[in-house]
Design a protein. Sequence first.
Length: 155
Amino acid sequence: MNSGLFLQRPKARETFPKRNQPETEKRMARPEGLKVLIVEDNTLFRKLFEETLHNRFPSVEIHEAVDGEEALQKIETQHPNLVFMDIRLPGENGLRLTQKVKTRFPDIVVIILTGCDLPEYRQASSQWADYFVSKDSSTAKSIFTLVESIFPARV
């Protein structure tokens, strides 16, 4: 299994709902730029990650959630384009939450950002997540590069 930063984008899922093009274009063409949601229960990591992203991308709107319930509520109200999702969360785990998010909002990019870099987590996340990033082996620069590659005109 590749131990590098990125898990390649998964191939299209046969059970994946078709995208609603007008809604997709509306969501992805927000003039105000990129909106990010960080779903992470570790307060110190979440705050440091938010600060790091904000310092590199000052125009990006960043929101935070500590668990699945709060994350779904913020996705409904804040309409992020990008979600950084931890796997180990209180209540519902990040893998199941990612499946819910991608089923309801298929155009939101979900990056699993976790310290649990196990082959079974990489495999499970490849079913729904767009990218997999290990907290232990990634750098701020590599995460910035990933964000810039996904949303080149927005950051």
